[in-house]
Design a protein around this ligand. Structure first.
Ligand SMILES: Cc1ncc(COP(=O)(O)O)c(C=O)c1O
Length: 431
């Protein structure tokens, strides 16, 4: 997909078919059926351009970056840094505001550990505004992925700060009237798009409230960066995290966006080689960001492949991808909600959506639903999707999640809907 098409034109069926040809795995069969891959929310598939970029790097340039004096090392460093620039432009940041991590989970832990290191005096006076202690508050929400919850529980435990949680209502929507952001709030960590409900949260409101009291905001963009145009500067967030494997890239690569003036004063999380200027046996001086946060040998081929993924997404056009997935998401929610005996989590929430819906069929365990669908070649995710508090609040222990991407078709959405009808008939639980 190399031609750029106007952002307001919907992706046509012919274009989606052409896109699908770029993804070899989508041509495979599972259990005697053509694969219907509806688990992109967990991990997306990779087009040939991404597979080729990683292979090309490994076969022509493989070497460690920022170290050797030899030609391969210099060229590898150049493509690694170019990849950083590609990601920076994709989300509206500057190159030195992007820190490579192994995934979003590590990126969130980087911030949490850096803040707790600042709280014990690391980073000196420059990092004083990052310190936390008893009386300070960290705010997150009841709908977070565990990756954006547990690091804050740990930070609170290490610093004595209090963790507050913005509750959700019976439908699953954030109770913004109970967003406990006040002058004690130091950090607000919130997901842009729920990985269970598929709704795009009205984060602008929360970001503005946080900044009004001088709190920092971390945006979990794991489920938004792959599916919507994202501009961290326009959103005015202080940190944002994403995972490459959810946006057509390989596993093992993620990123932290951090506002430059914050990264400059933050003490490191991981320490060791490649992040220092001078080292004695008793102390070390650190490089400026982003290298200060990139200790150890870096994931170069993965970064290069992620840049190829971003080029692919950009060529198709993020507004067109968002539009396509919103339509698939509505079709999913409407189709599943119309089935007697199915409860779609968050179906009643009046917010824009991505192509992702989770549902419960009382009387049938989600693992049985997943198995039944798998027999038909349909891949979905089952369980709590790393969001136990959300499931608990909505009164279920697990759910089945179908999630789309740019390569998903209406026929695939219809296949899962028909599969759910057949599941209910098979287990005989229709009311
Ligand atoms: C909303 C959200 N946040 C964080 C994560 C964690 O991503 P990773 O496991 O790639 O670090 C996920 C992954 O499912 C997610 O959906």
């Amino acid at each position: 997909m190399s031609t750029t098409i106007p952002a307001d034109l919907p992706l046509t069926d012919a274009e989606i078919l052409r896109i699908r040809e770029d993804f070899p795995i989508l041509q495979t069969e599972v259990n005697g059926h053509p694969l219907v891959y509806l688990d992109s929310g967990a991990t997306s598939q990779r087009p040939l351009a991404v597979l080729d970029a990683e292979r090309e790097f490994a076969t022509t340039l493989n070497s460690a970056v920022h170290r050797g004096a030899h030609t391969l090392a210099a060229e590898a460093t150049e493509v690694f840094e170019d990849a950083r620039g590609t990601l920076a432009r994709f989300i509206g940041a500057d190159d030195d505001e992007i820190v490579w991590t192994s995934n979003a989970t590590e990126a969130i832990n980087l911030v949490a550990y850096s803040l707790s290191n600042a709280s014990i005096g690391r980073g000196g006076a420059a990092a004083a505004r990052l310190r936390m202690g008893p009386g300070d508050e960290i705010v997150t929400t009841e709908m977070e992925h565990h990756a954006n919850l547990i690091p804050w529980q740990e930070l609170a435990a290490r610093t004595g700060a209090t963790l507050r949680v913005i509750p959700i209502d019976d439908d699953g929507a954030l109770r913004l009237d109970e967003a406990t952001i006040n002058e004690r709030t130091k950090l607000v960590a919130i997901t842009h798009v729920s990985n269970v409900l598929g709704v795009i949260n009205p984060v602008e409101q929360i970001i503005a409230a946080a900044h009004e009291v001088g709190a920092l905001v971390l945006l979990d963009a794991c489920q938004s960066a792959p599916h919507l145009p994202l501009d961290v500067r326009a959103l005015d967030v202080d940190f944002a995290v994403l995972s490459g494997h959810k946006m057509l890239g390989p596993t093992g690569i993620g990123a932290l966006y951090g506002r430059r003036e914050l990264l400059e004063v933050m003490p490191p999380f991981l320490t060791g080689g490649s992040m220092i200027t001078t080292v004695t046996t008793t102390e070390a001086e650190y490089l400026p960001p982003p290298q200060r946060f990139e200790a150890g040998t870096q994931r170069v081929s993965q970064a290069v492949a992620l840049a190829a993924a971003i080029d692919y997404l950009t060529a198709v056009g993020m507004p067109r991808i968002a539009d396509h997935e919103e339509r698939l998401g509505r079709r999913l929610v409407d189709g599943l909600s119309a089935i007697d005996g199915v409860r779609v989590l968050g179906a009643g929430i009046d917010l824009p959506r991505v192509g992702l819906a989770s549902f419960d069929i009382p009387g049938i365990h989600s693992h049985d639903v997943g198995q039944f669908l798998d027999d038909r070649g349909i891949a979905v995710r089952v369980g709590h999707h790393c969001a136990q508090p959300l499931h608990r609040r909505l009164g279920v222990t697990s759910s089945t999640r179908a999630s789309t991407y740019l390569y998903s078709t209406e026929a695939e959405v219809d296949a899962v809907i028909e599969g759910v009808v057949a599941t209910i008939e098979f287990f005989g639980v229709r009311s």
